[in-house]
Design a protein around this ligand. Structure first.
Ligand SMILES: Nc1ncnc2c1ncn2[C@@H]1O[C@H](COP(=O)(O)OP(=O)(O)OP(=O)(O)O)[C@@H](O)[C@H]1O
Length: 733
């Protein structure tokens, strides 16, 4: 069924509401998935979100309050709210006095909206909803990640920045008070011995302290909110971009390196909440304090500004050395993470080979390199700190001395109180000036951190984010014509002019020596690699045109090694895909021959599988992987050495079920064991990336030398083994 055809299942409220939201941003949804969702009694928000994401729509499930709802209505953001009865309503608008919202029924979009007040809504809704951010995921995804992205993200929270700015201005003005009061006390109270004025100042100070405390709290609170938002956005972006990267990126980049680079984004968060945030506040303080300093004494003010300039020059002088040293630290730390992750991932092999000492030695080398790099950085930082300390100290001591000198020489223009006040304010200005200078240093570090994470976050995705692609109904007709393919970076093609045709519902076997390109053929069918020449068509649609999530949802793939996520057997088989009932899980397990062992577990389908599935045997894991591939009822199944690791009994179960499994599906079987392919409708023989034979088992035995050779090899071995065991039993008998 194509997307444009009407769904046979009438849509229920939540899928219908999602469809209406998608229409608002000019996109459509997969009708087949909507129909599956409509057959589910109460559709979970995450299933709706993933249905939207499949079409590149940035939908987000979120908890909502009345205030949020009003804000969304006023901004005109496409929003659905989830109702207690399992239904949903579309947000249409809010009244001018913000006392009511209007809601539309997604099942009858032509009807007038219902106007609902807060009390009534509270009885109806789940205080949650799904919000569609303008347009496709690609809109946000297209943006290049970098310092500019971070700045734009920060700038997005204008109201928070404005409130923080206001609080900072008020705090800075209040910060002037102690110095000015001190000046007044020195020049008036002490001089005229005025108790009443002193009491007044004491009261004033009390009020100012209270006010300052409250504002300080508000400013820190706002900063925490801002930091959380920026971190949230960066974390979402990281996962979103990671998931759309091509497989060969992960094959070429060590897992530890990806991890280490991605985690650099948290340095950006620390920079925002640390140096950047402090500097923002400091600049505000300076803007308030510097003019006052100028009023009190222009000479002294020029003096401290001159000191600040010296600090900036010192930092600029040290910048190249510190940048180099920081780069080395990041590199050395990355190598450390790569070594650690590799050792953890390969622990089974480390133990099996008994190479703990070698791994430990390699680790020690990495640690030593990292410590050396850190020490070098410390040395440069220490030098910088050492030469800048005297200038920092001069802010206070120098201004006091210079102030005293001014009084001694021009006693008529500056009072004692003014010099003390100036010294206090100079201290107030000194810290911001120092941290402003240090910001340069911090920016350098964050620039390096951004550069590190950019390598992952800005790597070209599998497909252009805007490309939605064609979504034909896939029945299972696969054809290759003149396909030539070279892996990126490789010198020679791994497939050369490969052509074959697999009619819908038939079984094709791929055979050939190791490295002949069998798995590569299956990878191209999954569109895991691009950049081939020739045509690969699925039901007449070229693979390059195909929508990737749609394509992969229609394929069931079982490899020799399959990964199980942490979670129960049931969860692993469903793997978060929407619309899969428990009945379907049981059916798939039965077909895969997994039912019998699952039911022997005390917790049956709720048995928990740990990472790496240590509590399952290889054969059990393989049968679960087959069930997981079958559960969506895909029209095409790819088994790439899927049964090679099975014990003879498990293999016999799967092979016996293969006919039933294959009913109505196209099956692509890669196997070294030719005996499991003899019933295939056609067998493709590959040699060094070229098709050297194509036919049924008897045909190939008759007229294909390579196939005959492979067959004889296996059967000779099998024959010899049978002969051997007969000899042993005869001897024993
Ligand atoms: N991700 C990859 N990047 C670069 N080269 C690859 C990649 N995968 C496979 N190759 C190379 O392509 C060639 C064909 O590999 P492929 O896995 O398709 O062969 P195969 O016939 O399935 O082998 P086997 O039976 O051993 O699994 C090999 O020479 C291999 O080194």
């Amino acid at each position: 069924m194509s997307d444009t055809e009407a769904s046979p299942t009438p849509l229920t409220a939540r899928p219908a509401a999602l469809q209406a939201l998608a229409a608002r941003v000019g996109l459509d949804l997969d009708q087949r998935v909507l129909a599956i969702l409509s057959a589910t009694p109460e559709v979970e928000p995450h299933a709706l979100v993933s249905c939207a994401a499949d079409r590149g729509i940035a939908a987000k499930a979120m908890a909502l309050g009345w205030g949020d709802l009003l804000g969304l209505a006023e901004a005109g953001t496409p929003t659905m709210i989830l109702l207690r009865d399992g239904g949903a309503a579309l947000l249409d608008g809010a009244s001018a006095d913000r006392s009511t919202v209007s809601l539309r029924n997604p099942l009858d979009l032509t009807a007038a909206p219902a106007v609902v007040d807060r009390q009534r809504l509270d009885r109806l809704w789940l205080r949650s909803g799904i919000v569609v951010r303008s347009g496709a995921l690609g809109d946000a995804g297209e943006e290049v990640f970098g310092l500019r992205w971070v700045a734009r993200t920060l700038g997005g929270d204008k109201s928070i920045l404005r409130d923080m700015g206001l609080a900072s201005v008020v705090l800075s003005v209040l910060a002037l008070a102690p110095a000015l009061i001190f000046m007044a006390i020195a020049d008036r109270v002490l001089l005229y011995q005025s108790h009443a004025t002193l009491t007044l100042f004491a009261l004033l100070m009390g009020v100012i302290i209270l006010f300052e405390t409250a504002l300080g709290w508000a400013r820190r609170h706002l900063a925490a909110v801002l930091a959380r938002r920026v971190e949230g956005r960066m974390s979402l972006l990281a996962m979103q971009r990671l998931l759309r990267l091509p497989l060969d990126f992960f094959e070429k980049t060590p897992a530890g390196e990806i991890q280490s680079r991605l985690f650099q984004i948290y340095k950006i968060r620390d920079f925002i909440t640390g140096p950047l945030f402090r500097t923002f506040l400091d600049v505000v303080t300076l803007l308030v304090v510097i003019p006052v300093l100028f009023l009190i004494s222009p000479i002294l003010t020029w003096f401290i500004l001159g000191l600040a300039a010296v600090l900036v020059l010192l930092i600029l002088a040290f910048r190249p050395a510190i940048r180099r040293a920081t780069g080395k630290v990041i590199e050395a730390d990355r190598a450390k993470v790569v070594a650690m992750v590799e050792t953890v991932q390969g622990m089974r092999t480390v133990k099996a080979l008994g190479i703990e000492a070698q791994r430990s030695e390699a680790w020690n080398r990495n640690v030593a390199a990292s410590l050396r790099a850190q020490f070098e950085l410390q040395v440069h930082s220490n030098r910088l700190e050492t030469v800048s300390t005297p200038f920092e100290r001069l802010f206070q001591a120098g201004s006091m001395m210079l102030g005293a000198l001014i009084i001694l020489t021009e006693s008529s223009t500056a009072s004692v109180g003014a010099v003390f006040a100036f010294t206090m304010l100079a201290m107030r200005a000194a810290q911001p000036l120092v941290s402003l200078a240090q910001l340069l240093h911090a920016v350098e570090q964050v620039r390096l951190a951004v550069g590190e994470s950019m390598m992952v976050l800005n790597h070209p995705p599998e497909r252009a984010p805007h490309a939605v692609g064609v979504r034909p109904e896939i029945k299972g007709h696969v054809s290759f014509s003149n396909v030539t393919f070279t892996y990126p970076g490789a010198a020679d093609p791994v497939l050369r002019n490969v052509s074959f045709d697999v009619p819908t519902g038939s079984v094709i076997g791929l055979v050939g020596r190791s490295g002949s390109g069998k798995s590569t053929v299956t990878r191209l069918i999954q569109a895991l690699n691009a950049g081939y020449s020739g045509l690969i068509k699925l039901d007449g649609v070229e693979m390059r045109e195909m929508d990737l999530p749609h394509l992969r949802r229609n394929l069931g793939v079982v490899l020799q090694e399959n990964f199980m996520f942490r979670g129960t057997i049931r969860e692993n088989i469903i793997a978060g895909r929407p619309g899969i009932s428990f009945d379907k899980v049981i059916q798939a397990c039965r077909l895969a021959g997994a039912e019998e062992f699952i039911e022997r577990f005390p917790r049956s389908y709720e048995t928990f599988i740990e990472e790496g599935s240590p509590n399952l045997s290889g054969g059990q894991k393989q049968r679960l992987a087959i069930a997981r591939a079958l559960v969506t009822d895909p029209p095409i199944l790819i088994f790439d050495e899927a049964t090679s690791a099975l014990d003879p009994e498990s293999e016999a179960i799967v092979n016996a079920n293969l006919r039933r499994i294959g009913r109505g599906r196209t099956i692509i079987l890669v196997s070294h064991r030719l005996s499991s392919l003899v019933d295939a409708d056609q067998i493709l023989v590959l040699d060094a990336g070229e098709v050297v034979g194509n036919g049924t088992h008897p045909e190939l035995l008759r007229n294909n030398a390579l196939y005959r050779q492979l067959w004889m090899q296996q059967n000779r071995d099998a024959g010899r083994m049978i002969h051997e065991s007969d000899r042993v039993s005869a001897a024993a008998g």
